[in-house]
Design a protein around this ligand. Structure first.
Ligand code: IOT
Ligand code: MG
Length: 514
C-alpha cells in the first residue's frame, strides 16, 4: 500500500463516574482522518477520537480488553514467533500488541521495538498507558476526580474542565494545566480508589545503556551495517514509494542507500533557503543512488515566521530544538499532498556524538554522549506530529531500539577514529555511497538551511542587542509554547513579530494578530 496505514494519534477519556458528555472533536495538529472510538469494561467507559492515515484498525478489543495504539511496531515477526503464532505477523499492529499483552502482560512493552503510544483498558477497569523506548510518540495525560484523559497531543488536554489531579510516575508539565507527560520507555498502570487516581505500577521498559563494548572494527562495522539495513527495511513497510528527507550528510544518505537497496521507487527531497543550502551534496547522493530527487527553496524570513507551527507540532519550549525542527516542518508543509511515508536520518548524531565532533578526548566525548542520552526525553524531536501537521507519517531508523542500543554502547573510539567523526557509520556505508559523501563533515540542519542565522538576523534587524539574542530566542519560544500549547491558540493566530515585541517589552500579554 502506498503511504502509511496507521493511527497517527488519539485522544481518549476513560471515566468511572459519572460519564462526562463527549467534548467536541479535539483540535489535533495532526492532519488525518478522525474517527470516534468507544468501549466499556468493568464499569469504566472509554470514549475518544483516533486520527489516522489510511484506514487502519483503530480500537481493538479481545476478551474485555481494549487497546488504542498510535504508531507502528517494527519487530512484528520476532514478536509473532515468540507468541508461537506466525500468522499474528500478518494482522494489524494493534492486534499483535493486544496478543502480546495477553501473553506477557506489562512485559509486552519491554519486548516491543516500535514507534508507538498505547492506551489499554484492561479487564479489571485499569488504565494502562505506555510509550516506546524513546517516547518517540509523545503521550500525555490529565486526571480528575471522574476519569483520566489521555492524548498524543498535550494541547488537546490543556483546556479541559475539572480540577486536575496529580499522577504519580508521570511528569507534570509546568503551567498549571494539570497535563502530565508519560516518560520515554515507561508503562504505567492507573487505577481508581474511591475517586482518587492511583499509579498502581510503573514499569521502565527501556533505559539507555551506560556500558560500552570494546569490539573490533570489523565486528562493529558489520553490526551497524546489519542493524541499519534492518531498521530501514522494517520502516519501509512495503511502501512502494517511500520518501527520504536528504541533506546529503552521512546519516540521511545512509538511510536513502538502504531504502534503495530494498527496492521500490525512493523519492528524496532537500530543502534550503536563499541564504544557505546543501543541494550540491544531496544531488551527488541522489544521482549515485538513482532516487527521484527534488529541491525546495524557502525564503528564510518565511521559515522563521513558521516557528509557531513548530511549537504547535513539537509542543516544546526549547529554542535550540525548535531550530532543528523548523526546517523539517516547513519542508513537510510544502510537499505535494497525498499519502506519504518519510524516513529521516534524524537522531544519528545523538548516540554517535555527531554534535560534539570537536570534543576531545574520547572519555569526554563518551560523557557528552551519555549526557545527551540521559536528557533527550521530553524534547519531542522525533514526534510524528512534526510531519503530522502536513498529513505525513515520518519515522527515524537510527532510533530503532536495536540499532540505538548498538550505537550507544560502542566504545567511543569507534565513533571517532582516524580523525573522523561517526567513523563506524561511515565505514558501514562504505560500499553504498560516493567517496565524497563518506568523508563529508557534519553540518547541522539549522546550519545547512540557515535557520539559526535567519532567526538571529531577524532579531538583530528588530534591534535586539547581539548579546541578548539567545536569551530572546528562549523567551520567545517559552511565550509561543504558553500561547499555543497551554492556551490552545492556533499557530496562524500567533504572529512572530508580536511575540517578539511582547517578549522585548517584557509584557505578559500575548502576541495575537490584530
Ligand atoms: P541533522 O543531523 O542535520 O538533520 C537531521 C535529519 O534531518 C537529517 O538526517 C535529514 O534526514 C534531515 N535533513 C537535515 N537537513 C536537511 C535538508 N537541508 N533537507 C532535507 N532534509 C534534511 C540536529 C541536526 O544536526 O540535524 N539533530 C541531531 C540531534 C540534535 C541534538 N538533540 C539532542 N541532544 N537530544 C540529530 O541527531 O539528528
Ligand atoms: Mg544528522
Amino acid at each position: 500500500m502506498m503511504g502509511p496505514n496507521l493511527v497517527a494519534g488519539f485522544w481518549a477519556r476513560v471515566s468511572w463516574s459519572p460519564r462526562r458528555a463527549a467534548p467536541e472533536t479535539p483540535r489535533f495538529a495532526t492532519q488525518g482522518h478522525t474517527s470516534a472510538v468507544s468501549a466499556a469494561s468493568a464499569g469504566r467507559h472509554l470514549q475518544g477520537v483516533a486520527v489516522s492515515f489510511g484506514a487502519p484498525d483503530t480500537l481493538v478489543s479481545d476478551g474485555g480488553i481494549h487497546l488504542l495504539l498510535a504508531g507502528e511496531i517494527y519487530n512484528r515477526d520476532e514478536v509473532a514467533k515468540a507468541l508461537g503464532n506466525a500468522s499474528a505477523a500478518h494482522g494489524s499492529d494493534a492486534t499483535l500488541v493486544l496478543a502480546a499483552w495477553h501473553h506477557w502482560g506489562m512485559t509486552a512493552f519491554r519486548i516491543l521495538n516500535g514507534r508507538f503510544a498505547a492506551l489499554l483498558l484492561d479487564g479489571g477497569g485499569r488504565v494502562v498507558v505506555a510509550t516506546d523506548h524513546a517516547g518517540s510518540v509523545p503521550l500525555w495525560l490529565r486526571a480528575d476526580a471522574h476519569g483520566v484523559d489521555v492524548s498524543t497531543e498535550a494541547k488537546t488536554l490543556a483546556g479541559l474542565p475539572g480540577t486536575p489531579l496529580g499522577v504519580a510516575g508521570a511528569q507534570l508539565l509546568p503551567g498549571g494545566t494539570g497535563v502530565h507527560r508519560v516518560q520515554a520507555g515507561t508503562a504505567l498502570i492507573l487505577e481508581t480508589v474511591q475517586g482518587e487516581v492511583r499509579t498502581a505500577n510503573r514499569v521502565y521498559t527501556w533505559i539507555p545503556p551506560v556500558s560500552r563494548a570494546a569490539v573490533g572494527e570489523e565486528i562493529a562495522v558489520g553490526r551497524v551495517r546489519r542493524l541499519l539495513a534492518q531498521a530501514v527495511q522494517t520502516r519501509l513497510r512495503d511502501d512502494p514509494e517511500p520518501t527520504v528527507v536528504l541533506s546529503g550528510g552521512i546519516d540521511s544518505s545512509g538511510v536513502a542507500a538502504h531504502a534503495v537497496a530494498h527496492g521500490g521507487l525512493v523519492h528524496s527531497v532537500s530543502m534550503g533557503t536563499e541564504a544557505s543550502d546543501e543541494f550540491g551534496p544531496a544531488k551527488v547522493v541522489a544521482g549515485h543512488l538513482g532516487t527521484d530527487h527534488s529541491e525546495m527553496t524557502i525564503h528564510s524570513s518565511d521559515l522563521v515566521r513558521e516557528l509557531p507551527w513548530a511549537v504547535w507540532a513539537a509542543e516544546i519550549a526549547d529554542h535550540t530544538i525548535l531550530e532543528y525542527l523548523l526546517p523539517l516542518i516547513a519542508l513537510y508543509r510544502r510537499l505535494p499532498p497525498g499519502p506519504r511515508r518519510v524516513l529521516t536520518g534524524y537522531g544519528a548524531d545523538i548516540p554517535l556524538g555527531g554534535m560534539h565532533r570537536h570534543t576531545e578526548p574520547l572519555d569526554l566525548l563518551d560523557s557528552v554522549i551519555a549526557h545527551d542520552m540521559a536528557t533527550f526525553d521530553g524534547l519531542n524531536e522525533m514526534s510524528p506530529v512534526i510531519s503530522g501537521v502536513a498529513g505525513i507519517w515520518s519515522t527515524h531508523p537510527y532510533w530503532d531500539r536495536d540499532l540505538l542500543d548498538c550505537l550507544i554502547s560502542l566504545d567511543p573510539g569507534l565513533k571517532r577514529r582516524y580523525g573522523r567523526d561517526k567513523w563506524v557509520l561511515r565505514e558501514a556505508l562504505a560500499r553504498m555511497l560516493p567517496a565524497e559523501t563518506l568523508s563529508r563533515p557534519k553540518l547541522g540542519i539549522h546550519e545547512g538551511s540557515g535557520t539559526s542565522s535567519a532567526w538571529t538576523a531577524l532579531l538583530l534587524e528588530k534591534g535586539v542587542p547581539p548579546g541578548r539574542v539567545e536569551q530572546c530566542k528562549a523567551a520567545m519560544a517559552r511565550r509561543m509554547h504558553d500561547l499555543i500549547v497551554l492556551r490552545t491558540r492556533h499557530p496562524d493566530e500567533i504572529s512572530f513579530d508580536e511575540v517578539l515585541a511582547a517578549t522585548e517589552k517584557g509584557r505578559t500579554r500575548h502576541g495575537l494578530k490584530q
